[in-house]
Design a protein around this ligand. Structure first.
Ligand code: MN
Length: 198
């Protein structure tokens, strides 16, 4: 994808966002989740790949509950430097509103099949099914990002972000308010789902 779309949507004389550039690969790949209070509040989930940040807008935010399937709309690649961006995008600009870093860290493929992790991740991205492990401050453990079946044909951009069941998806982890966001389920409903998964 590259950064063409990112640059086209923005005027860097009127937004504090970085114009950025494509970076060389890093040994440890970064991820970031930004809380973006735009016209519609959402969480931007970004994974470093190929010198840019592959990006998804997640309206309801991530969840540590494996029973939750959170819609994630793939958006344009963002520059690597965007992982540090916090600030207010002024009114009149694309995505106007406040951005804060909600979580950040490194990530890697869940199944290490290729020596070259990035190559493997790019293949998984192309296949529409990423399996990754996040090493964040809030989010930890295995997650899947799966392109929706109905969108498998070229142009679709709807994916689902789903926590995989592991040591980091205990009932405690799920119920911690700062980890799973915007759950409209009751504690009893979550407990029921959790029991059904064991
Ligand atoms: Mn956004």
């Amino acid at each position: 994808m590259g950064l063409k779309q990112y640059w086209e949507k923005r005027k860097f004389t009127s937004t504090p966002e970085p114009s950025g550039s494509i970076k060389k690969s890093h040994k440890h790949l970064s991820f970031v989740i930004q809380h973006h209070h735009a016209s519609h509040l959402h969480y931007d989930f970004r994974l470093e790949m190929d010198g840019v940040l592959k990006s998804w807008a997640v309206p309801k935010g991530p969840s540590m509950n494996p029973a939750d399937k959170r819609l994630a709309m793939m958006v344009e690649d963002h520059p690597y430097d965007y992982r540090n961006f916090e600030g207010v995008i002024p009114a009149g600009n694309y995505g106007a509103g406040k951005v804060i870093i909600w979580d950040e860290g490194t990530y890697e493929p869940l199944h290490l099949l290729e020596r070259n992790h990035e190559k493997q991740l790019l293949q998984e991205l192309k296949n529409g099914h990423l399996n990754i492990v996040l090493h964040g401050k809030k989010l930890r453990g295995a997650f899947s990002l799966v392109k929706m079946q109905s969108d498998r044909s070229k142009s679709g951009n709807s994916w689902l972000l789903i926590k995989k069941k592991d040591a980091f998806s205990s009932l405690d982890d799920i119920l911690k308010q700062d980890k799973s966001v915007r759950s409209d389920k009751t504690v009893d409903e979550i407990k029921g789902e959790h029991n059904a998964l064991i």
